[in-house]
Design a protein around this ligand. Structure first.
Ligand code: GDP
Ligand code: IMO
Ligand code: MG
Length: 429
């Protein structure tokens, strides 16, 4: 039995898709446990690039079962489009399962996401406007529509009517927008239900049976630690739990079943959307990293903000998720810099902090305290063994291990599956 949780250790876009695809080779099942199509994962396999939003990044292996867990918010139109996108590219999607308890993103969620952002004005969050926040709001308010409801008109109709009453008041009276019409949406979503019916299952049971049979399960987090609703840079966060604990709730698996937690982090840091970011580089070096790392969002196309690696954040991610192994991605992007910097603490007034502060007011005031290491100029993209990396690149990784007290088991030096340096096993035999 082996269960591994893979999470983003920063603000998302760490390369989780690539590392999931890499580790999926050793797994039997890959499970998404939170978030929705706010996620955008680029996976490059056999020289082909795939962009995934909702479907687990294990889907490129036809023999692996992929699961969309109960903690995910599902936009059915997006899911069907993604299935069609994969089919067009000759990817078999026959082994995809969806939890009957996953929440459904409805048109009013998408509308409200946009209207709420507009109303926030200067203090906007910079959401992806995919309806994620409003959908999770309804889940917590216990009025959400679940995937199982789409399969049962008797359940769906009264639930949707109740939502329509409330949402149309919100749309017209609070946001001065047009009301939505019940019937076309009701019929459209029943159709989606029929299309998705063969995939819908009790996913917690399917996962448990897989583990009981001695098979390997990989739980794939979306977003990242600092976007976690409780543990992130609130309110500049998403509305779910990307940390490792989220896998237990969002997949229906107990914490004692989890063997390891892989934290994926870039060799530097990026962030999309608003919110504090102490190591952000607003200079030429930031531009250089953005250009070389192609740091533009997979979902919204927005330019990602870039900065140095932040070891305070990495240690915080280790704490809240119990990270046992790091996968450091995009080391190749730092090639050509004379020096590389690592943030080892924060200066806040007269104090230097070594722990991520609880107070966001304090975090906003934090200035990074840097350690500078010599850079390297060699191209890393074809390196496959740690010993073959330039010594300064090796030392950079070793310093990250010292600062986080966690081994860096995987190092990525390019977007492709094979551009991965392996220093140890993640899945037990
Ligand atoms: P995710 O959301 O965490 O899956 O990350 P994204 O897919 O949004 O962003 C990571 C980007 O970096 C993608 O375009 C990947 O193809 C790419 N990538 C991943 N690992 C590496 C790497 O080691 N080197 C380079 N150059 N690109 C990488
Ligand atoms: P992956 O899985 C990076 C950010 C948005 C915004 C905040 C809230 O590709 O790493 P939301 O639409 O979730 O309500 O937006 O969270 N965000 C992400 N940033 N990567 C992601 O996913 C993200 N998903 C949401 O930019 O700041
Ligand atoms: Mg992404």
């Amino acid at each position: 039995m082996a269960a591994v949780v893979l999470i983003g250790a920063q603000w998302g876009d760490e390369g989780k898709g690539k590392i999931t695809d890499f580790l999926a080779e050793s797994a039997d099942m890959v499970v998404r446990y939170q978030g929705g199509n706010n996620a955008g994962h680029t996976v490059v396999a056999h020289g082909r690039e795939f962009k995934l939003h909702l479907i687990p990044s294990g889907i490129l292996y036809p023999e692996k079962t992929c699961v969309i867990g109960n903690g995910v918010v599902v936009d059915p139109a997006v899911l069907l489009e993604e299935l069609a996108y994969l089919t067009e590219r000759q990817v078999e999607t026959g082994k995809l399962l969806i939890s009957s308890n996953a929440q459904v993103i409805m048109p009013y969620h998408r509308l409200l996401d946009g209207l709420e952002e507009e109303a926030r004005g200067e203090s906007k969050i910079g959401t992806t406007k995919r309806g994620i926040g409003p959908c999770y709001m309804d889940k917590a308010a216990r009025i959400g529509i679940r995937v199982s409801d789409l399969l049962d008109p008797e359940e769906f109709e009264p639930k949707l009517r109740r939502n329509f009453q409330e949402k149309n008041i919100l749309l017209t009276k609070v946001f001065n927008a047009k009301p939505l019409e019940f019937q076309p949406i009701y019929e459209e979503y029943l159709k989606y239900g029929e299309q998705l019916r063969p995939l819908v299952t009790d996913s917690s049971l399917a996962i448990s049976q897989t583990l009981q049979a001695g098979q390997k399960v990989l739980f794939e987090g979306a977003q990242g630690t600092l976007l976690d609703l409780d543990h992130g840079t609130y309110p500049y966060v998403t509305s779910s739990h990307p940390i490792a604990g989220g896998a237990c709730v969002g997949a229906g698996v107990g914490p004692t079943r989890i063997n390891r937690v892989v934290g994926v982090a870039k060799a530097y840091t990026t962030r999309v959307g608003e919110g504090p970011f102490p190591t952000e580089l607003l200079d030429e070096t930031g531009e250089q990293i953005r250009a070389k790392g192609h740091e533009f969002g997979t979902t919204t196309g927005r330019a990602r903000r870039c900065g140095w690696f932040d070891a305070v954040i990495a240690r915080y991610a280790v704490r809240v998720s119990g990270i046992s192994d790091f996968a450091i991605t995009k080391l190749d992007v730092l090639t050509g810099l004379e020096h590389v910097k690592i943030c080892v603490g924060y200066r806040a007034g007269d104090e230097v902090l070594y722990e991520f502060p609880q107070s966001q007011k304090l975090f906003r005031k934090c200035e990074p305290v840097y350690e500078e290491l010599p850079g390297w100029s060699e191209d890393l993209s074809s390196v496959r063994r740690f010993e073959d990396l330039p010594i300064n690149a090796q030392n950079y990784i070793k310093r990250l291990e010292q600062l986080t007290e966690v081994p860096v088991t995987l190092v990525a030096v390019g977007p492709s599956r094979e551009q991965t340096i392996v220093r140890g096993k993640i899945f037990e035999d």
